[in-house]
Design a protein around this ligand. Structure first.
Ligand code: TRP
Length: 447
């Protein structure tokens, strides 16, 4: 068998995984979900779930990936006996990657379009109403969003075709820290807008009476989405982690960074939204109207706006890369396609579904099923069904199907790392995480 590629360094692993985690999930989807689910109530539930369930699940994926050195389908096959049903979990993961990538590239395309708009100065001197019209006319334009989406997919395929070390790792390492810096600047600006405190109150004061089954499953789905867990993306990345790496600390670092960026996005968007009179429930348009408005208020706004959308495109690209990588790893290892062919096949397959998601934003589009746009439908079934179930099976696999000795061997790097805290993590993986995911999943099914 051909020698598999590995990530080059510890920093590379963290940056590539953080690159996968950080993206539209933090800056676009998190404020959408928090806005729709009561602000502070959602934040609290989200933090608990991301830290307490997200971290052990991320570590579980790393364990499966590094132990098997394989894509999600192969991983479950290698770690079980022949004829086992476990590889189905891998197939579901790869299918899920297709579905997520399809609707994710819709919004990814918008970020590219908005980069173009900021270069062309389309927001200069515009008021809120005009910026809102720009959003709806852009997203329902007959071909611009499609061109942007397909360009984004092509860019993703290009990087993935170049492989793990030269493509994925190199790009993530430099650009993620830069994004953080610009977000802190935006945060300061947003907090000094008049009326900002209303937004902070909305985001930070939890109304516990608002917590119900829907908030719980939405927070679970959001944390899985944001951390890229529950469908095998991090099994795939885990398979490139070297045997010496301390996976526990890598995972904790990524979860903390991802959570920080999501909270920062909230601190930027909610104060600004309240200040400009944008509803926190505004959904799809929330980030794409609020942010250009904030830039309007800043000295050097043109410049900041441009850099922000450039970095957002890059953060998004490192996420689409990780999604396509799941498909490509599966196609190269299971069907023996070359990397380049697999990247092209994966991108074309995604484009077919993705175009429908983009078209469903057009006014009066018939692409609605059961009251939801096709875009929402893909988002909904992946975040609320595929990922929670995938996550459940992943922790069950590590906690109950793998031998304890094998799991601990991965956690402690064959005994070279201290077992203490890792025993606690194993306990959460075996008992607490599956129970919590199952309870939340069932609580939304019953209402
Ligand atoms: N986590 C990314 C974000 O927040 C999106 C993403 C990348 C993802 N890879 C994934 C989501 C795998 C689920 C599964 O934008």
């Amino acid at each position: 068998m051909k020698q598999r590629e590995n990530f080059g360094s510890k920093l590379g692993i963290i940056m590539a995984t953080a690159g996968s985690a950080l993206g539209l999930g933090n800056i676009y989807r998190f404020p959408c979900e928090a806005g729709a689910n009561g602000g502070g109530a959602f934040l609290i539930v989200y933090l608990v779930i991301a830290l307490a369930i997200g971290t052990p699940l991320m570590i579980s994926e790393f364990i499966i990936g590094r132990r098997s050195r394989s894509n999600p389908i192969g991983a479950f096959r290698i770690l079980t006996r022949q004829g086992s049903a476990w590889p189905i979990v891998g197939y579901l993961g790869v299918g899920c990657a297709f579905l997520i990538l399809a609707f994710y590239t819709t919004v990814a395309g918008w970020t590219l379009g908005y980069l173009g708009k900021s270069i062309a100065g389309h927001f200069n001197g515009q008021d809120l109403a005009q910026i809102q019209v720009q959003f709806s006319s852009f997203t329902s334009h007959p071909w611009w969003p499609l061109v942007c989406q397909l360009a984004f997919l092509a860019l993703t395929a290009f990087v993935v075709a170049r492989g793990v070390k030269n493509g994925i790792e190199k790009y993530s390492k430099i650009l993620m820290p830069l994004l953080l810096v610009i977000m802190v600047v935006l945060c300061v600006k947003s907090l000094t807008l008049s009326g900002a405190s209303e937004g902070l109150k909305f985001f930070f004061s939890p109304d516990f009476s608002k917590i119900n089954g829907r908030v719980l499953i939405s927070a679970l789905g959001q944390s899985f989405f944001s951390l890229s867990i529950g469908m095998g993306a991090l099994i795939t990345y885990g398979s490139y982690i070297s045997k010496q790496d301390n996976m526990t600390s890598s995972a904790i670092g990524v979860v903390l960074a991802d959570t920080l960026v999501a909270v920062l996005a909230g601190v930027i968007i909610f104060p600004a939204a309240f200040s400009f009179g944008i509803q926190p429930e505004a959904g799809a348009s929330l980030a794409f109207t609020t942010l250009p408005m904030v830039f309007q208020q800043m000295t050097g706004g043109y410049f900041f706006c441009l850099i922000f959308f450039l970095l957002l495109v890059i953060a998004t690209l490192t996420s689409t890369i990780s999604l396509l990588e799941v498909i490509v790893a599966a196609l190269t290892e299971e069907m023996h396609l070359s990397r380049t062919k697999a990247a092209i096949v994966g991108a074309l397959g995604t484009a077919v579904i993705g175009v429908l998601a983009t078209l469903s934003f057009r006014t009066g589009s018939p692409l609605h099923i059961a009251g939801r746009s096709f875009f929402d439908l893909l988002d909904h079934i992946t975040a609320l069904y595929f990922m929670p179930l995938g996550g459940l099976f992943i922790v069950l696999f590590v906690g109950w199907r793998m031998k304890r000795a094998d799991a601990m061997d991965e956690l402690t790097n064959s005994g070279t790392l201290k077992a203490g805290i890792r025993k606690a993590i194993y306990f959460i993986i075996r008992y607490i995480a599956p129970l919590a995911i199952a309870v939340i999943f069932i609580s939304q099914l019953v209402g």
